[in-house]
Design a protein around this ligand. Structure first.
Ligand code: PLP
Length: 423
């Protein structure tokens, strides 16, 4: 039914409305492939031993996961649920990177048995690794450690939310990291083969990545020079940031690759073999692959201010409810005359905070128009709570082909009867 559309601008909103309702996401598959290849090429051309592990939690739409899997990406997961999802997508367990602060003994045993890349975050996990390894003495196992250290380049405020330190990993400064290495060295059939250092910083700057890479190389040289197989610098990089969002100093993939690979090329001679560089992008490769379309239901004036009500919510586009306006396109229903002005776009919930755009300057929408918010591919799909209304459908677009990759929820999905108990 949707296979004859020619241009995104010409989306047949009437047909879509009939099948999917008055709001939906559009997933641009080619943009995803482009981003992935752009990142991989930037790094591989400078340091060939490079692996991309896609961060599942950033957006785990199965149609997207299947694409990244086909592109050759590893799966970076942070829970057993995500691990099982990767298996369901068809990812080879040896291409799953299992991170995250919480893993059960069963999770750890499974990852070890299947040969997944396992990065430990706390001491309790070392005990679980030991239990499994001791029970399977005829096998040898490899693990990695997440290292936690302060980033001088972030001036003691390394984390996005203003925390003075990251809560993750084994602390280098107080000796926990050294102790973890020591404890693991007592287990005969376990080897530490990799170090992990993911940080979500405010600046996402080149300086940050230079420092992470340098620190991980330094720790590898000191503690695991003969066994190191990978250095995993995590994700957290910028992706495409549209000019409207007014963010300064956004490095390109090339620029990130330049500083990171320079460190590795300098340090690799210290190691028995060239370690793999693992990248764990989430946001940077998916953020600009989704657009949210929402129909204008009414335009209300209160005092002097315009409130444009759409069939959508802030939860659909900005789960963190920040107040930076996303790039927005006004799709007019016809050629009628439009006035210019300042307006707010508000959603269907009963929260005062439900603004999809604030003080937006442009042509004032009319009933029946559509507003399209772009750059919503990271964290919005996975962070959309089942609050007040069902979640919208997702259409994927490859060249001129459109496909429904997530149906609009109905009551039976919203309150899933496999989960909720009715009398
Ligand atoms: C969330 C996360 C990522 C991805 O982060 P982005 O900011 O989306 O690139 C990568 N690695 C780990 C361990 C994560 O927790």
């Amino acid at each position: 039914m949707l296979r004859t559309i020619t241009k995104v601008k010409d989306l047949p909103f009437n047909t879509i409305e009939k099948h999917l309702g008055e709001s939906f996401y559009l997933f641009d598959v080619e943009k995803l492939k482009f981003n992935y290849c752009e990142m991989l090429t930037a790094f591989k051309s400078r340091y060939s031993n490079c692996i991309i592990g896609y961060s599942y939690k950033t957006n785990y739409l199965p149609a997207l996961l299947e694409e990244v899997q086909e592109l050759g990406a590893y799966a970076e997961v942070v829970s057993r649920l995500e691990y099982d999802l990767a298996i369901k997508i068809g990812v080879n367990p040896t291409k799953i990177i299992f991170n995250g602060p919480l893993k059960t003994g069963e999770d750890i045993a499974l990852a070890m048995k299947k040969g997944s890349i396992l990065n430990l975050d706390s001491f309790y996990e070392i005990e679980l690794v030991q239990d499994y390894a001791r029970g399977n003495k005829n096998q040898t196992y490899k693990v990695g450690l997440r290292a936690g250290f302060l980033l001088a380049s972030e001036a003691g405020e390394p984390e996005q939310c203003g925390y003075t330190q990251s809560r993750f990993g084994f602390c280098v400064e107080n000796g926990s990291f050294k102790r973890a290495i020591q404890l693991l060295s007592y287990i005969d059939n376990v080897k530490v083969v990799g170090l992990h250092g993911h940080f979500s910083t405010k600046t996402r700057s080149l300086e940050v990545y230079k420092e992470i890479t340098q620190q991980l190389c330094k720790l590898s040289k000191e503690y695991i020079p003969t066994s190191v197989e990978y250095i995993d610098i995590g994700g957290g990089m910028y992706g495409n940031v549209p000019a409207e969002m007014k963010v300064k100093d956004v490095p390109s993939f090339e620029a990130y690759a330049e500083v990171i690979c320079a460190v590795l090329n300098k340090e690799k001679s210290y190691f028995a073999n060239d370690p793999f560089l693992i990248l764990e992008p989430g946001l940077s490769i998916v953020v600009d692959t989704f657009t949210f379309y929402s129909k204008v239901i009414d335009v209300k004036k209160k005092r002097a201010d315009y409130f444009v009500l759409v069939n959508g919510s802030i939860h659909n586009i900005k789960p963190t409810m920040h107040d930076i306006n996303l790039p927005m396109e006004h799709i007019k229903k016809d050629d009628a005359l439009y006035e210019n002005g300042i307006y707010n776009v508000v959603g269907y919930t009963c929260m005062e905070k439900d603004y999809l755009a604030i003080d937006y300057v442009g042509t004032i929408p009319k009933r029946g128009d559509y507003l399209a918010f772009s750059n919503v591919g990271a964290y919005s799909i996975v962070f959309n709570p089942p609050f007040i209304k069902e979640r919208p459908a997702i259409l994927s677009k490859v060249k001129e082909e459109y496909k429904i990759v997530r149906k609009k929820e109905e009551l039976k999905d919203f309150i899933n009867e496999n989960v909720y108990v009715f009398r």
